[in-house]
Ligand binder design. Structure first.
Ligand code: C5P
Length: 238
């Protein structure tokens, strides 16, 4: 059984607040109401004045994933992580470089913040890594960084749905595996290429699913979120 096996189905859906500004984010959260308990604030919203939403959402009982993919010198990563921990965020992303991961671990402390490492951006293929000077391919680098993340005491990983089963086998049951690229059957793919349905991603071993447009751009976002939670619930046998 994975560490995440007891997470309620609704807390496994993380809705990406990829909207145009803080007011639009607030309106979407109000519209979604009780149908969504976990939100992701990414770079665009954070740099558009959205970071105060972390405390706002926490104050009304929501969970918050701050997706800033930190990567800098150790001291800066450690101090930035400490600031985000103080906001009360539940998840924070950092890049999967060993030095960055160790610094973030120092900064996160022992409170509620859980660190998620981005192993290799899913927009990179082997040719992109070669262009950047790496001599190994994506699959090998993802595996190496997953092990390094575990060794650094990182709490979880961001993965594409296809990587969930092999990486779960590699890192064991403790780490949280969080996957974007999830599409309910029949939903528009947008720019996502290698997708899985919510049920298949959970069955493969994912703990949380990050979903944006299939909820935020649905004619009825609340119904779309409820349908995904129902599919997750069926996949975990709940
Ligand atoms: O709208 P959609 O469901 O594709 O949104 C997915 C969210 O997950 C977006 O916020 C996107 O930036 C993020 N993401 C992703 N693929 C990754 C990493 C993050 O789609 N590899």
């Amino acid at each position: 059984m994975t560490r995440g096996a007891t997470i309620p189905a609704r807390d496994r859906l993380i809705v990406a607040l990829d909207v145009d500004g803080v007011e639009a984010a607030r309106a979407l959260v109000a519209q979604l109401g009780d149908s969504v308990s976990f939100y992701k604030i990414g770079m665009e919203l954070a740099y558009g004045g959205g970071l105060p939403l972390v405390e706002e959402l926490k104050a009304v009982g929501k969970k918050v994933f701050v997706d800033l993919k930190l990567h800098d010198i150790g001291q800066t990563v450690e101090r930035a992580t400490r600031r985000i921990a103080r906001l009360g965020a539940d998840f924070l992303t950092i890049h999967g470089f060993p030095q960055t991961m160790r610094a973030a671990r120092q900064g996160a402390g022992d409170g509620g913040l859980r660190l998620l490492a981005v192993t290799v951006m899913t927009s990179y293929d082997d040719a992109d890594l070669a262009e950047a000077g790496y001599s190994i391919g994506v699959a090998e680098l993802v595996s190496r960084r997953a092990i390094q993340a575990k060794d650094a005491g990182i709490d979880g990983l961001i993965l594409s749905p296809q990587e969930v089963a092999p990486i779960r086998a590699l890192v064991g049951p403790e780490m949280a595996l969080v996957t974007p690229g999830v599409r309910p059957a029949g939903a528009a793919l947008g720019d996502q290429k290698r997708v899985m349905t919510p049920g298949a991603a959970i069955a493969a071993g994912a703990d949380h699913l990050v979903v944006g447009r299939p909820v935020t751009q649905a004619p009825d976002p609340r119904a779309a979120a409820d349908a995904i939670v129902a599919e997750i619930s069926a996949a975990i046998g709940g």
